[in-house]
Design a protein around this ligand. Sequence first.
Ligand SMILES: NC(=O)c1ccc[n+]([C@@H]2O[C@H](COP(=O)([O-])OP(=O)(O)OC[C@H]3O[C@@H](n4cnc5c(N)ncnc54)[C@H](OP(=O)(O)O)[C@@H]3O)[C@@H](O)[C@H]2O)c1
Length: 436
Amino acid sequence: MIYFVTGITGTVVPVIVENLMKKEKDPVFYFAIRKDSKGNHIRARFESVVLGMDLDNSARQKLLQESKLVEIDVEKEKLGIDPDLYSELILNIEKILHGAADVRFDQLYEKIKVPNVVFTKKIYALFNEIKLHREIYGKSKLTLYYISTGYAYGIYKKPIPEDFPEFHPGKPDNTYAQTKAEAKFFILDKIKRFNDQIVIFEPTIIGGSAQTGKTKTYNLHYIVMMLGYMGKLPFLTSSENRLDIVPVDWVAAVISDIMSKDEYHQGVMRLASGSEGISIKYLRDVGYDFYTSNDPVPGHHIPKIRFVPRYVFNLMVQLQKSFYRAMYFCTRNKRFRKMVKGISLLEGYFPYITGYKVFENSKSRELIEKYTDCSAAPSLQDVFNEKGELVKKGYYRKILVDTLETGWGGLVDFERLEEKTATYKAPQAAYGTSRK
Ligand SMILES: NC(=O)c1ccc[n+]([C@@H]2O[C@H](COP(=O)([O-])OP(=O)(O)OC[C@H]3O[C@@H](n4cnc5c(N)ncnc54)[C@H](OP(=O)(O)O)[C@@H]3O)[C@@H](O)[C@H]2O)c1
C-alpha cells in the first residue's frame, strides 16, 4: 500500500506508522513535513522520529531509505508541494492519513484555523484529484483517514452521541475544538454529497501507552498531575467528573488495523473509554498515594489537592490571575507575566477537567470488534468485579511510574527541586541542632 501521511512528527501518527510497518508487508510512505521553528531540515526531523520508533533495525532502515519526504507549507497553494512531486502523488497514492493539527488550546481562532481547517481543506483537494485520477484509470478506490477528536462536540450536557452522519456540536470549549468541529463539518459534507471513502477517527484524550506507560507529550492530565506533585495546585473542583483518556498504543492499533485491513471505508469511529472514563477523584487519590510513597526527592512534601465547589474554584483562579497581573503591572517582573500565562494555559484545560464530558461509544465498539483485532480501550483504573473485589487491570500505575522516571518529560527537574527543598528545610534543621 502507498500512503500519504501528515503529522509524522507528532505524538500519535508515528505510532500508527510503526504499527503499519509491522502489519503490512511492504508499505510505502510519502510523509508531509515542514521545517521546524528552529530551521531543522525535514530529513533531520524525519530521521529523529524514526530513531525513536519501536522498530527493529532493519525495519527502521527500510523506513528511512524507502520513504519519500514531501516538504509542505500549508499557507501555499497545493500545500507548496513541488509540482513534479505533486504529480507523483496523484499517480501513486492509495491512501491518505491526515493526522496533523495544532492541538494547543490557547491559540487565536484566525491562527489555528490554518493548521486545522485550511490544511484539511487542502488535503481534501489533493484527495479529490487523486480520486478522479484513480476513477479515470480504473484503479482501486482511494480512502482518506482523518483524525478528528471527540472534543469537537464542545460543551454537552448529555452523553455525547455517536450521531454519524449527523453532527450537532455544542458551544466549543476553545478554538481547538471550534476548528476541529469546522473541519469535521467540511469532511462530513463531502461524505454526504459525494459518498467519498472517508473514515473519521474521534479519539478523546490520548494518553501514554498502556503497555509501557510512555508518552511523547505531557499535557492536559499530565500537567494537572505535575502541578499536584509540585504542590502548585492546592485546589481543584468537580471530583466526580470523568476524563475520557485512551492510550496511544490502543488508538494506533485500531487506526492501523482499519487502514491495513482495508474493509471499513466510510464513517466515524470514536476511540473512547466511554463508561470506563476515569474520575478526577480517582486520578487524585491514586496519584497522591503513588507520589507520596515513591517521591524521588527526599523531604519533599506533597499537599493533597482539595476539592472545592466549582464557583469557588473559578473565583480563586480569576483572583490569582488578577493578582499576578497587578503584580506584573506594578513591578514589571517577568515572573508574574509568566504566572498569568501559565494560568491562562491551564484555563484552556479546565473545561476538559471541570466540565461534564461523557462519550457514548457502543456503536464504535461494535465497529472495532468487527473490523479490527482490538477490543475495548484498556482501562486506566483498576476496577471492581461483581463480587466487589478490586481487579488490578488498570495501567494508571505505568503512567505514574513514567512521570517520575522522566520528570514529566523533563518538565520537572528533581535535582533542583531537591536543592530547593533542602534550602527550604535548612533553617529548621539548624534550629533543631542548636536545641540539642
Ligand atoms: N493528543 C490528543 O490527546 C488527541 C486527542 C484527540 C484527537 N487528537 C488528534 O490527533 C491528531 C494528532 O494529534 P497529536 O497529539 O499527535 O498532535 P501533536 O503531537 O501536536 O502533533 C501534531 C502534528 O501536526 C503537525 N502540524 C501541525 N500544524 C502543522 C502545519 N501547519 N503544517 C504542517 N504540519 C503541522 C505537527 O508538525 P510540526 O512538528 O511541524 O509542528 C505534528 O506532526 C490531531 O489531529 C489531533 O487533533 C489528538
